[in-house]
Design a protein around this ligand. Sequence first.
Ligand code: PLP
Length: 388
Amino acid sequence: MEKNKKIYLDYAATTPIDSKVLKEMLPYLEKEHGNPSSIYEFGQRAQMALDKARGNVGDFLNCSPSEIIFTGSATEANNLAIFGIVRATQKKGMKPHLITTEIEHHAVLEPCKILEKEGVEVSYLPVNKEGLIRISDLKKAITRNTILVSVMYANNEIGTIQPIAEIGKLLKKSKILFHTDAVQAANYLSCDVKKLGVDLLTLSGHKIYGPKGVGALYVKKGTEILPIIYGGGQETGVRSGTENVAGIVGLAAAIKQIKNEKLKVKSLKKLRDKLIDGILKSVSDVKLNGSRESRLPNNANFTIRGAEGESMVIALDQEGIAASTGSACSSRSLEPSHVLLALRLPPPEAHSSLRLTLGRYTTEKEIDKVLEVLPKIVQRLRKISPFK
Ligand SMILES: *Cc1c(COP(=O)(O)O)cnc(C)c1O
């Protein structure tokens, strides 16, 4: 390893773009500049690239290409899923009720909060100490008006994997639609929409070694959904705006690479466990947040009592290590993470969290380096902690 090589342990925030993905994108940023809606050859070549990409995403999700809507981000895909289903229901004169969880990404929670202000009823399922919802809570929350359940596949902060297929099976017997935000799960878990029993599923390009600014929403055929963006009627009228051809080609190219990620799950888990066990052993008064079993193979999240989260991130950065915390950094506010609060961590503990997320390029040497420097950083920070 080079002497001052940076160590990136924030793959849940974003991933570096794969060189093969970039190579597939480049023609569409240069010579292939056609608008897919134009009928002359330039346009049709871009349209063909979109069709091919849609096919790749459809293969990955085990659905028809016509069920894929490309969007400008996973945030937009989540907004489309929630507002789109609610608006379609309201149009029919019905009063919708939604069910989601306390630990969703803001891209699900904020649309829900806006809808609540409009008078839409929303139930937020709590999670247990490990960050898992209980199926019995979900069953209890269902009312006559429930139209949509949105439960994330895997959590971005604590890596907890929810029992999506089990929820899908339960909801199959009803008319209730089921959406899952699969952004963090896509690298490692099956996203077969038929096996999962979902009606809507969200993906993001930049969490799977693809480009930023592109997402996709699977919408099961026959689902009534209204657009949130109106205009030229692209994406079968559900998402207007000239398609980001290069971005979409990149998203599809990234999806084609995912099978390689799945092959490496075992070695990734080994590295993650070395990190987790190493920190639990070498730092005192530390706790792993989330589930040990039902957890993404690349996620480690700790509460390190008496060490403030943002200070740990800054100190690690000074050692060339990029990490994350559930406190100030991620939300750009002083509010501690809603996910950690949902685990019923007291606010000072929620402020003392450290998230390390591994990925394709993580090496054992890098883990060793973290294990070497973190205990010293924690010791130093505890001396000046306001939480003591
Ligand atoms: C990153 C992330 C998003 C948002 O994705 P963007 O494409 O950046 O909008 C949504 N949900 C989860 C779980 C994420 O990790």
